[in-house]
Design a protein around this ligand. Structure first.
Ligand SMILES: Nc1ncnc2c1ncn2[C@@H]1O[C@H](COP(=O)(O)OP(=O)(O)O)[C@@H](O)[C@H]1O
Ligand SMILES: [Mg+2]
Length: 261
């Protein structure tokens, strides 16, 4: 057929992985993973420690190359492309370990993440009007994660949970189409977890969320779909209700059934 008439394929997944694997020496950290995430989906990737979640995250973000398989973002094969090319396509993420410039204020940290994103690199000179716009966007992003009462405080003086809020604000300020979070709840207090859960539930519905999480309660509340990993493989996929009812999942989280192969 002719390909003259351009059309938008709404069935096209935002993110598509086929046969993705990653080897570290003799260890297969991620093996033969297929994954389809649709636009606006809330996908949680769950699994015990060492399951390969962070490695999968790094492969999707382009921090490390896969040993095999393909990764597509909005129908574009990005397998061999660097992280910044994926950022340009709308991918934003936070790291499991926040990497803030601790001496900067909250506002400046978020502002810098916008300047960095806009220019593709950090630029020392910005036109005043653009500068005001970006400052406004930084404050807006801070408001969205409820950290706007601490705009002037040094990031290094914040609590661990507030740190996480700033990291998410930095990712949101880049106006991503896909937001990837690696264990945003780790190390948070109970109250901070509640706040994080609310924040994720209120996220712009057009943003696709990929949430790597060890905390099942948060993941199952926030997710529309869940991918369960174990030993580098995807072992179960389903809705939160299906995951709650799944015996394999229970076994894994109760510490049984680890070596039943
Ligand atoms: N850079 C690396 N070099 C060697 N082994 C690694 C590296 N990164 C992760 N691994 C190993 O890969 C496996 C999966 O780790 P990871 O993806 O961090 O799991 P998770 O995030 O699910 O806890 C683990 O056995 C881990 O030790
Ligand atoms: Mg991890």
């Amino acid at each position: 057929m002719s390909d003259a008439a351009p059309s938008v394929d709404h069935a096209e997944p935002t993110l598509r992985l086929r046969g993705v694997g990653r080897r570290f020496g003799g260890l297969l950290a991620v093996r033969d993973v297929d994954l389809d995430v649709a636009q606006g989906e809330r996908r949680a990737v769950l699994g015990p420690n060492g399951a390969g979640k962070t490695t999968l995250f790094n492969l999707i973000c382009g921090d490390i190359p896969p040993s095999g398989g393909t990764i597509e973002l909005y129908g574009e094969d990005v397998t061999g492309r660097p992280a910044r090319a994926r950022v340009k396509l709308g991918l934003a993420r936070t790291y499991q370990q926040s990497r803030h410039l601790l001496g900067l204020s909250v506002e400046d940290s978020i502002y810098l993440s916008i300047v960095g994103f806009e220019g593709g690199r950090l630029r020392p000179v910005v036109l005043p009007r653009r500068d005001r716009e970006m400052r406004e966007r930084a404050r807006e992003a801070a408001g969205r994660v409820a950290i706007d009462h601490k705009l002037g405080e040094r990031v290094g003086d914040l609590s661990h949970g507030e740190h996480r809020q700033v990291a998410i604000a930095m990712a949101l300020a880049a106006q991503p189409r896909v937001l990837m979070l690696d264990e945003p709840a780790s190390g948070l207090s109970r109250g901070e977890r509640v706040l994080l859960t609310e924040l994720l539930l209120e996220l712009d519905p057009s943003i696709t969320l990929v949430l790597i999480e060890h905390d099942m309660d948060i993941a199952l509340r926030v997710a529309s779909n869940v991918t369960m990993m174990h030993d580098g493989r995807v072992i179960v996929e389903g809705t939160p209700d299906e995951i709650r009812a799944n015996e394999t999942v229970h076994d894994l989280y109760l510490g049984r059934g680890h070596r039943d192969e």
